[in-house]
Design a protein around this ligand. Structure first.
Ligand code: 7TS
Length: 425
């Protein structure tokens, strides 16, 4: 990739203290777009990230020169496609420091990865009265699959409350662990609404101490922080390509090998079998046991290129960049009258800031910001229980990534100040 110490020209022009983009902005073709006559200020990377040309080019080159179905025998093109597809799996395995590439299962996204565990592990291991421990700050993807599993098995879903500052109530967590003895703790590694980074190492250690497994919803962490499954010592980890500069349509379930070996298959069909007979079938080895049908082949190649891109930037630097932007943004937003930010201080959050501005409905605010070319998300962010906890119908949310600059945060702050004036009448 190009020069990774690039400083964004616009941010430099802004003066001292400005934070340039970590990745070269020119790697991201969409960032040259104008929206409503203004330069695009894309502040919705928590929903989906923009793609660098390195990812677009890798997918284009693969499709033009090496595309075929995978695992389809002895012709050259299929061998090339298979090796690109399986090569991407190796990149992902290295990126999260998996012990074996067999632990990396392709899914469509985080949602499907969590559903896979909730269908296979949960159905095989939960019985009536067992507890599954979640938290009040989960995305619907890490709530609904467990509610469905509970309905099938008779298990109960129990929630760890959060504090007013948007952090996990760890005393309540300890009490619930002791009282409920859950079989599984499923928790977000980073809240997509509050940006909260729960103390997952402590959560995992304490859950393991009572014999519970831990699934981390890493949809917001793998794209933004160094994530090492061996250091974390979690049991399952779920994330999506489209939030980490890769294409949509592919995601990952990482699981401990012995757990995956013992789990029944998820979907049935081609590729996931060893033998099929009219009176029964046997299953393929890991990871293919969980991968039925023709997968997202080109998308796997794209995800592999995204992993290369992020690795070249360095995940620690990604984290530091976003931390600096978040601290800067919290500071800028604090000076806007009527603006309330939800969630913890910059040290304990990732690059996500949810806020409300006076009585202005977040949807109206997002529409107004769009007139200035600024893309923020408004709504419940697929975390309705969290909104209920704060008695809010919705928030507006700005989220940052490797291409974000402090000049863009300045543009947001100025547009919000302007919004106050517009809605004052
Ligand atoms: N978990 C978390 C923490 C998320 O932020 C998301 C997506 C998901 C799970 C689901 O990921 P998917 O790829 O399966 O859809 N979060 C958001 C968001 O905040 N705005 O749009 C999608």
């Amino acid at each position: 990739m190009a020069n990774t110490t690039h400083i964004d020209v616009a941010a430099q022009a802004h003066g001292a203290g400005a934070i340039g983009s970590l990745a070269p902005r020119e790697d991201f073709p969409i960032l040259t777009r104008e929206i409503n006559g203004k330069p695009l200020v894309y502040l919705d990377s928590a929903a989906s990230a923009q793609k660098p040309r390195q990812v677009l080019d890798a997918m284009d080159a693969f499709t033009r020169t090496s595309y075929a179905n995978i695992h389809r025998g002895a012709y050259t093109l299929s061998e090339e496609a298979t090796s690109a597809y399986e090569g991407a799996r190796k990149k992902v395995a290295r990126f999260i420091n998996a012990r074996s590439v067999r632990e990396v299962i392709w899914t469509r996204n985080t949602t499907e990865a969590i559903n896979l565990v909730a269908r296979t592990w949960a159905d095989a291991n939960l019985k009536s009265g067992d507890a599954i421990l979640l938290t009040e700050m989960e995305h619907h993807s890490n709530i609904v699959p467990w509610q469905l599993a509970a309905a099938r098995t008779g298990a109960r879903v129990v929630y760890v409350p959060i504090t007013d500052s948007g952090e996990l109530d760890m005393a309540a967590f300890d009490q619930l662990l002791a009282a409920e003895r859950p079989k599984l703790v499923a928790v977000t590694h980073m809240s997509n609404v509050l940006g909260t980074l729960p103390p997952v190492q402590e959560i995992i250690a304490r859950a393991h101490a009572i014999g519970a497994l831990v699934l981390l919803d890493a949809a917001q962490s793998v794209p933004h922080l160094p994530v090492d499954v061996r250091v974390l010592d979690c049991d399952f980890l779920a994330f999506s390509s489209h939030k980490m500069l890769g294409p949509s349509g592919i995601g990952v379930l990482w699981g401990r090998r012995e757990l995956l070996e013992a789990m029944p298959p998820f979907l049935g069909g081609g590729d996931m079998i060893r033998e099929v007979h009219l009176d029964g079938s046997t299953w393929n080895d890991l990871p293919w046991k969980f991968e039925a049908g023709t997968p997202a082949i080109t998308e796997a190649v794209g995800l592999g290129a995204a992993v290369d891109y992020l690795s070249a930037l360095g995940m620690q630097r990604v984290r530091e960049h976003e931390h600096a932007l978040t601290a800067y943004a919290l500071d800028r937003l604090a000076s806007i009258p009527g603006l309330i930010v939800y969630g913890p201080p910059a040290e304990r959050r990732g690059g996500v800031i949810s806020f409300t501005l006076g009585d202005i409905h977040p949807h109206d605010l997002a529409t107004l910001l769009d007139r200035d070319g600024i893309a923020v998300r408004a709504g419940h962010h697929c975390a309705q229980p969290l909104m209920e906890r704060y008695k809010l119908p919705a928030t507006a949310r700005a989220s940052f990534y490797v291409y974000t600059t402090s000049a863009e945060i300045d543009a947001l702050a100025e547009a919000l100040t302007h919004a106050n004036e517009v809605f004052a009448f």
